[in-house]
Write a protein that binds this ligand. Sequence first.
Ligand SMILES: Cc1ncc(COP(=O)(O)O)c(C=O)c1O
Length: 394
Amino acid sequence: MNSDDLLNRAYELDSTDPLAHWRDRFVIDDPDLSYLDGNSLGMLPRSTVHRIHEVMNDEWGSGLIRSWRKWLELPLIVGNELAPLLGADDGEVVVHDSTSVNLHQLLHAAVRLRPDRRCIAVDAHEFPTDRYAVEAVAGEHGLTVVSPQSGEHLDDLDFSDCAVVVRSLIDYRTAEIVDLHSFTQQAHQAGALVIWDLSHAVGAIELDVHAADVDMAIGCTYKYLNGGPGAPAFSFVRSSLISDIDQPIRGWFGQDNQFTMDGAWSPKPGIGRLMIGTPSILALEAARCGIELSSEAGMPAIAAKGRALTDFAHECCDEMQLESVSPRDASIRGSHIAIRHPNAKELTERLEREHSVIADYRDPDLVRLGCSALTTRFGDVARSVIRLASMVHQ
Ligand SMILES: Cc1ncc(COP(=O)(O)O)c(C=O)c1O
C-alpha cells in the first residue's frame, strides 16, 4: 500500500467509526491539526467551557461562600462518578491533589499496613514520579528499594519481604499492559500490597479493579479523561482496606466533623480520609466534565476504538517501514504506540513545526503517538505516520 492507499483506508475507517461524532463535543481550533498527544493532555470538551463559566458566574460569583455547602463533598461526588470507569464502587474513589501527592500518601499508608516488612519494590524504568516516591518513602521508613537487575523482570522478584509494590498497568513508553489480576495475585501470595498507577489506563481501556482484587490505585484525569491541565488525580482504595488507612498528610478536609475545630485528628470513616486541604473546585468541575464524556460514550466502545486506532497505526508503520516498540497484540496494548528512531526528538519537533502533527517524544529514542478514542481520527494516524516516514526516509 502506498501513502494514498493508507489515507483512503483511513477515511473509510473514519466514515464507519461509531465514535466519530464525539469529536464534535470538543473544541477544535484547527481542523487540520493532527493531535496525537491526548495521552499527555486530553482535548478540551465543549461542556467544560460552559460548565466553568457556570461555576464561576453562578456558584462563585453569585453564591460566594454559600457554594461551599455543595462544594465540600465534590471530591467524593466526582470520585463516585469516576468509580465505574475503574470497576470500583461508590465510596472507594476520591478525586483530589495530584498523582504524585496521592502516591506518596498511599505509599506511607501501605507501609504502615505492613510494619514487619523491610522493602518496597518498583521497576527501575518506572515513571519517574513513582520511583522518586518509592525512594523517598522507603528512606523515611528505613526500608530498602528493590528493583530488577539487568536481565531480570519485576515479575521475577521475590516480594516476601516487601510491604508494597508500585507498578504502572500500562507502560508509559511502550504501552504494554501488565496482567492486573495475575501480578496482584503474585504480590498477595507473598503478603505484599500493590499500588497500581492507572494514569495511562483510565479512560483508555476497560478496568475491573474488583475482579483483580486491587488494593490501591492512583492515576491522572488530564490524559484520556480530558480533565484539563493539572486536573486533580484520583485515589482508589478497596473498601475492605479503607478503615485501616492511616494517611500521613493530615489536613482538615480528611477530618471527620471537619468544622469541630478544636477536636484531635479523627479521620473520616470512608475514602474521604485521604482528602487533605481545600480542593480546587474549578479544576474538579473540569475533571468532572471529562469523566462524564467517557462515561457517556462507554468504556467498551472507547477501548475498542483505541485498539482499532493502534492496530491501524501499526499497519501504517509496516507499510511506511517504521519500527514500533509497542505490542502487536491489541489485548496487551494501551492506546498509544511508540516508534523508535535515533532522531526521535528532532523528528517530533519537526512533525509539529512542518507537518501540523503534535506527537510527543520520550527519551532517548521514541516518538509516541497517543490515540484518544473520542478525538483521534484514523486520518490523523495515517497522516502522522506518513509524514514521519517522509522525514525518516528522505
Ligand atoms: C504514569 C504516570 N504516573 C504519574 C504521573 C505524575 O502525575 P502528576 O504530575 O499529575 O503528579 C504521570 C504524569 O504524566 C504519569 O504519566
